[in-house]
Design a protein around this ligand. Structure first.
Ligand SMILES: [Zn+2]
Length: 265
């Protein structure tokens, strides 16, 4: 016997499927229903504020494809955080166990048609993205790493375009494509993923490291810290471009520089 499905049961899609079991976008034939929507719906209806959950619990409830591994799950949680969900992990909440997450506050009900759109970011045009990449020498303006670099844990650096001005002010096309509104940020420095940084730095260790800097270097660092970013100098920018040349052309650049500086090695 089928249980009576109440018309007001918000946990169910129009066809009666629980929202977190939906795989095809309602009203479409085959458009996949985003996994972060299923995740959001499951958390919304099955967890209270302050409750915790683990990756194992998610896999049991939603299937293994929702959280194949920690990195995969973090990508989904990142999407939820962009939609005003607050879901700390052990990195930002020391009371949590490893692989444990807390529903601190619930955000957008993104499984509902139209709700997701409220959180759409105003992305720059493809042309603006290219110009920003060029302007910043294809490096994170905050930490200076490029796409060819790796983080300390061996992960490849991912570059994104981050916005400097609040999203609300970007709503005109003109404002959106103003180069001054954008800069390159790597995925670690980008605001939306900041709470997923690896082990936080310790002040005493950083201060100890500062002692090794010369006065000139300390002054340089002071300027970066005050500005909140690390500008790429003309030399940095020239290096970024020159090192991407093919081997023989790189050798010619080295020859050119050796001649120009009188430093023939
Ligand atoms: Zn960075």
């Amino acid at each position: 016997m089928h249980a009576e499905i109440s018309e007001n049961d918000e946990s169910r899609a129009p066809d009666g499927t629980l929202w977190w079991d939906v795989t095809i976008q309602p009203g479409t034939k085959a458009f996949p229903f985003g996994q972060e929507k299923r995740l959001a719906a499951w958390l919304w209806f099955n967890k209270s504020l302050g409750d915790t959950f683990t990756m194992r619990e998610l896999r049991d409830a939603l299937g293994s494809d929702i959280a194949q591994n920690a990195e995969h799950l973090n990508r989904r949680l990142r999407e939820l955080r962009k939609c005003d969900w607050s879901i700390p992990s052990q990195r930002t909440d020391g009371t949590l166990a490893q692989d444990e997450y807390r529903v601190k506050s619930k955000g957008g009900r993104i499984w509902i048609d139209g709700e997701r759109a409220k959180y759409k970011k105003f992305a720059p045009s493809a042309r603006t993205r290219r110009l920003v990449m060029d302007q910043d020498g294809s490096r994170c303006r905050v930490c200076g790493l490029g796409a060819d670099d790796t983080y300390e844990d061996g992960q490849q650096v991912r570059l994104t375009i981050g916005h400097l001005v609040p999203q609300e002010r970007l709503k005109s096309r003109e404002a959106r494509d103003d180069l001054n509104n954008w800069r390159i940020e790597c995925s670690l420095c980008n605001e939306t993923v900041r709470d997923e940084l690896p082990d936080p730095e310790q002040l005493d260790e950083v201060l100890a490291g500062l002692k090794r800097l010369t006065a000139k270097e300390a002054g340089e660092l002071l300027a970066w810290m005050r500005k909140g970013e690390r500008p790429r100098s003309r030399v940095d920018q020239a290096y970024d471009r020159a090192r991407r040349l093919a081997g023989p052309d790189r050798a010619r650049v080295i020859g050119h520089l050796a001649e120009r500086t009188g430093d023939v090695g």
